[in-house]
Design a protein around this ligand. Structure first.
Ligand SMILES: Cc1ncc(COP(=O)(O)O)c(C=O)c1O
Length: 377
């Protein structure tokens, strides 16, 4: 039969009528940029995340650059970022004038930890980008306990949540911090960023992004930066960007947001199916960060001879993809910041990982088909 790597159309099929109506609503309004749909979606998304403000921008990459600048990052600063992530997590740093400093990950969760971040801190560190990779949630409270603000790159983590209080004081040598009652990515750190690229857990029909924060000053600076550095298009106080979420995308996202929870449960369920079907006897399964419930964006397993797994899946028509075979610090464009950096867990993850099918509607039968193919390795 074959199983696709992901399925974005089946979950949207029942919403087609509502989506068409939303597009019509925007056409009728004749408002296309920063109008009522964006304002409403910003309110609804902030409420969903459990934070005070959401600022819609053009994509998840701009969201990181603008959020860093809104947090005060600039020339001469360093920003710690994992190297095992999508390239944009690091690419977004140099445009602020700051320098990316690469850190390692926990190879079981694929996320940064307080220990891997600590190894990369210097007196010039101004912020840490904690990437919630594949939907897993990096331990934000433990990292902030090191005394640095965290920008959450939550591009892959819409729908994930914290299920147990963070133990900020358990980070060795960390400063105990009151436990926040935030449970959603985007509300766990100083600010968060999201991508609404179509294949994401919450995706629009083009490019889109969001910055979330509960800090009024950070939100206000982000709003100014996304509109050419101006409040009123008359006076220009900052060197900014033309980076706005548009009305059509916001209207489309408003139709989908109420379904995100259900889709996230479907993603969790698919992960449980893989566990119950015995996939863990054949490959290394992803491990949820302690106290979190990931809405898996990608289900990424590891195998020491991953090419054999790739061949077995290909022969059975099972979708699979190695997303980050070359880690970011080894990419040519990052040479000036990546040369000489040694990150053993990152290299190991890059060599052995493989994403296998996952979507909110992946069935137990499809999971069994994937597992049967993996048995052929
Ligand atoms: C972890 C991560 N960060 C940042 C981005 C950038 O988002 P965008 O493609 O919307 O610019 C993406 C997604 O593409 C991502 O997966």
């Amino acid at each position: 039969m074959g199983v696709p790597l992901f399925d974005t159309s089946t979950p949207l099929a029942p919403l087609r009528g509502e989506l068409r109506a939303a597009v019509e609503r925007v056409l009728d309004s004749e408002r296309y940029i920063l109008g009522p749909e964006v304002a409403a979606f910003e309110r609804e998304f902030a409420a969903y995340c459990g934070c005070e403000h959401a600022v819609g921008v053009a994509n998840g990459t701009d969201a990181i650059t603008i959020a860093l600048r809104a947090l005060g990052v600039g020339p001469g600063d360093e920003v710690v970022v994992p190297s095992f992530t999508f390239y944009a997590s690091a690419e977004a740093i140099p445009p602020t004038g700051a320098t990316p400093v690469f850190c390692d990950i926990d190879p079981g969760t694929y996320c940064v930890t307080a220990e891997t971040v600590r190894a990369a801190l210097t007196p010039r560190t101004k912020a840490v980008i904690a990437v919630h990779l594949f939907g897993n949630l990096a331990p934000v409270a433990e990292i902030e306990a090191l005394g640095v603000p965290v920008l959450e790159d939550a591009a892959q983590a819409a729908g994930s949540r914290v299920v147990a209080p963070a133990h900020a004081d358990s980070a060795a040598g960390g400063v105990a911090k009151p436990t926040s009652d935030a449970v959603r990515p985007g509300a766990l750190g100083a600010a968060g960023t999201f991508s609404f690229f179509p294949s994401k857990n919450l995706g629009c029909f083009g490019d889109g992004g969001m910055i979330t924060t509960s800090d009024e000053a950070v939100a206000e600076r982000a709003r100014t930066l996304r509109s050419h550095g101006s409040h009123d298009k008359v006076t220009y106080e900052l060197l900014g960007y033309n980076s706005r979420l548009d009305e059509l995308q916001a209207a489309i996202l408003r139709v989908q947001l109420p379904h995100l929870e259900g889709w996230a449960d479907g993603r969790r369920q698919a992960g449980r199916h893989y566990e119950e079907a015995g996939l863990g006897e054949l490959v290394r399964l992803p491990r949820a960060v302690e106290g979190t419930s990931p809405a898996w964006h990608l289900y990424v397993v590891a195998h020491p001879e991953v090419q054999r797994l790739e061949s077995a899946l290909a022969d059975a028509g099972i979708g699979h993809k190695a997303y980050y075979r070359t880690p970011v610090h080894r990419q040519a464009a990052m040479r000036q910041w990546g040369a000489g950096v040694e990150l053993p867990a990152t290299d190991e993850a890059a060599r052995t990982h493989l994403a296998i099918p996952l979507s909110p509607v992946l069935t137990r039968e499809q999971v069994d088909e994937v597992v049967a193919a993996a048995r052929g390795v």
